[in-house]
Design a binder for this molecule. Structure first.
Ligand code: BTN
Length: 242
């Protein structure tokens, strides 16, 4: 990943910005590309879920050159950059990171990140931010919110500009100082470190103390004396119903 300006391409409507970004991978030459859309007709989330397209919200995908070691680092940089962007707009906001790649505002999900491999050379980091609206339904896995609901007034374009600056700062930090300072910032701002959590994986649920994350973004969970490294799953905090 090189330090250079982003090329931003905006669409009115796409199926998914991740699809478009992946198509661009074939013609890229080491650039950093952002695909942004006002509307997605088939926006997707993690684990086969869909991502709704509310007017005024932000939908974008970053297309980044990567090497085999860094997909986990990209998740951490991407979510930390979201956390920092919200804090830039509202320094006293109650914002926490939630493994693997969510950001919670007042304990509700305000954004989502979906990493997909475009090809052997490029990774797509798809990001949705609830700027003005969020889905509301009783049977959702997690309650959702928007920035507007917490009185944080911004636009999709302004948020994206702030986000790309944060993301670049984090990439520079990675290049200059390695991954550890980024990993430590993520852990310092993650909800529930040191407390008991449950991680739901397909048909199994593991409970234990949330110890942090490693350099691959795997969750470290201590169950009695055993340390588990968890690669995928949904986290539930103790106060939440599972
Ligand atoms: C999740 O929390 O489940 C991840 C949601 C990711 C949504 C974004 S919106 C932009 C990009 N395009 C998609 O289809 N998905 C991601």
């Amino acid at each position: 990943m090189k330090d250079q300006d982003w090329k931003i391409i905006c669409f009115d409507e796409v199926t998914s910005t991740n699809d478009i970004a992946a198509e661009y991978a074939q013609t890229m030459n080491g650039e950093k590309l952002v695909i942004k859309a006002k509307k997605q007709t088939s926006g997707r989330g993690r684990r086969g879920r869909s991502w709704l397209s509310f007017d005024g919200n932000l939908f974008f995908s970053l297309l980044l050159e990567y090497n085999e070691q860094n997909p986990g680092m990209l998740v951490i940089i991407s979510s930390l950059s979201l956390w920092q962007s919200i804090k830039t707009l509202a320094p006293s906001a109650n914002v926490w990171l939630k493994w693997p790649n969510d950001v919670l505002l007042n304990d509700k999900k305000v954004s989502g990140i979906l990493l997909e491999k475009a090809d052997e050379k490029y990774m797509v980091v798809g990001i949705g931010v609830n700027i003005v609206q969020s889905p509301q339904s009783e049977d959702m896995l997690y309650p959702c919110t928007s920035l507007k609901e917490s009185g944080i007034n911004t636009s999709a374009d302004d948020f994206l500009e702030i986000y790309l600056k944060q993301f670049d700062n984090n990439l520079n930090l990675l290049h200059n100082s390695g991954f550890e300072p980024i990993q430590q910032q993520w852990i310092a701002n993650a909800k529930g470190v040191g407390t008991e959590i449950a991680v739901q994986q397909h048909n199994a649920k593991i409970c234990g103390i949330f110890k942090g994350i490693d350099e691959n973004a795997d969750l470290i969970l201590q169950e009695n004396t055993k340390l588990h490294k968890i690669l995928a799953g949904d986290v539930f905090y103790k106060e939440e119903k599972k």
